[in-house]
Design a protein around this ligand. Structure first.
Ligand SMILES: C[S@@+](CC[C@H](N)C(=O)[O-])C[C@H]1O[C@@H](n2cnc3c(N)ncnc32)[C@H](O)[C@@H]1O
Length: 326
């Protein structure tokens, strides 16, 4: 398998346009919290000659491939293999108090999906792995072979929004007692046979939601995101900007809530003026979540579920009236 396989960055022009005012500052620093194959990072480094990028990825191959892709820019790049919820420690270790930009482009990269050895895809046979960080212990095979039925059903329902979660969990438990479930295609078959025949004919591959749920569980994706977004917001300097690209409603909900908490005035109701310490720290740069344009979806179908949200840090205690005018 060619591990230098490309990843087409999603909504690249929008990401560049939103981050441009913040990254144009002399000495600006961007945290690319999901480096992948450095698609966004390469574009941003070329836009801003004075920019330094701290590139984080949990996946060792993403870091090593990006090191090659960024060979000409390594003097402006710091690469760290870690999960993004460690952003506060990473910045402290590198000696930064704050940064001008943060980018999260969540989920799986094309090379991860396309590499059968990673077990992320229900379209090709592989060992059921799904770890972003292969030094961790929990794999998808471990989840399907050891979780009790109730816990399995909860994972499928909560992380896959799978309405047949109970039936699928029961089928997994039945099948694993006959023979261990270790491969992606066997799991995909079990899911297909567990759901009602009518449901098999609609909504794409029936295994999609189960695979999403297992990936989220294996990598603690939502827990990690819940810790990471507030930490990233705290690391942004005044005038700095954050962009998050999410790929399903569970991720988007976490981002929306974290942005909303920091962009809302928390002055207790009934006071005639808002209190400086309670004023919003951020202003939203997107109205709701933005979606890719049709032309991008034609060229890159993997962008289909993308939702982009962005926000900018404002001067402490700025009055909401001034933010609206900004
Ligand atoms: C969609 S790709 C990013 C692609 C990148 N923007 C590009 O243009 O090449 C998402 C990346 O995030 C990484 N990732 C997922 N969860 C992570 C986490 N909790 N911490 C750090 N990296 C993570 C994955 O390994 C993957 O490489």
């Amino acid at each position: 398998m060619n591990t230098t396989a490309a990843h087409v960055p999603v909504m690249p022009d929008r990401v560049r346009a939103i981050l441009a005012p913040a990254l144009g500052e002399p000495g600006a620093v961007l945290v690319d919290a999901t480096l992948g194959r450095a698609g966004h990072t390469r574009a941003l480094l070329s836009d801003h000659q004075d920019l330094t990028v701290i590139g984080i990825d949990a996946d060792e191959s993403a870091i090593s491939e990006s090191r090659q892709l960024l060979a000409a820019e390594l003097n402006r790049v710091r690469l760290v293999q870690a999960t993004y919820d460690q952003i506060t420690t990473i910045l402290a270790d590198l000696g930064y108090d704050s940064v001008q930009g943060v980018l999260f482009d969540l989920g799986v990269s094309s090379p991860q999906l396309d590499d059968p050895g990673r077990g992320f895809s229900y379209a090709q046979d592989a060992a059921l792995d799904m770890r972003m960080d292969r030094s961790r212990e929990l794999t998808a095979a471990e989840v399907v072979s050891t979780y009790p039925p109730d816990r399995l059903a909860r994972v499928l329902r909560d992380y896959g929004e799978e309405r047949f979660a109970r039936r699928i969990a029961d089928a997994i438990v039945r099948e694993r007692s006959r023979e261990p479930i270790t491969s992606t295609l066997r799991l995909a078959d079990i899911v297909r046979n567990a759901i009602p025949a009518a449901a098999r004919r609609t909504g794409g591959n029936p295994a999609k939601r189960t695979f999403q749920a297992l990936r989220i569980e294996v990598n603690d994706e939502l827990g990690s995101l819940r810790r990471a977004v507030p930490a990233a917001l705290s690391a942004i300097a005044v005038g700095g900007r954050i962009v998050v690209l999410s790929y399903h409603s569970l991720e988007d909900r976490i981002v929306k809530r974290a942005f909303s908490e920091r962009s809302t005035d928390t002055t207790p109701q009934g006071l005639p003026v808002s209190l400086p310490g309670s004023r919003p720290q951020f202003r939203l740069l997107t109205s709701g979540a933005e979606r890719p344009a049709d032309a991008e979806l034609t060229a890159n179908p993997r962008a289909a579920s993308a939702r982009l949200r962005a926000a900018e840090r404002v001067a402490q205690g700025k009055h909401p009236r001034d933010l609206a005018a900004a």
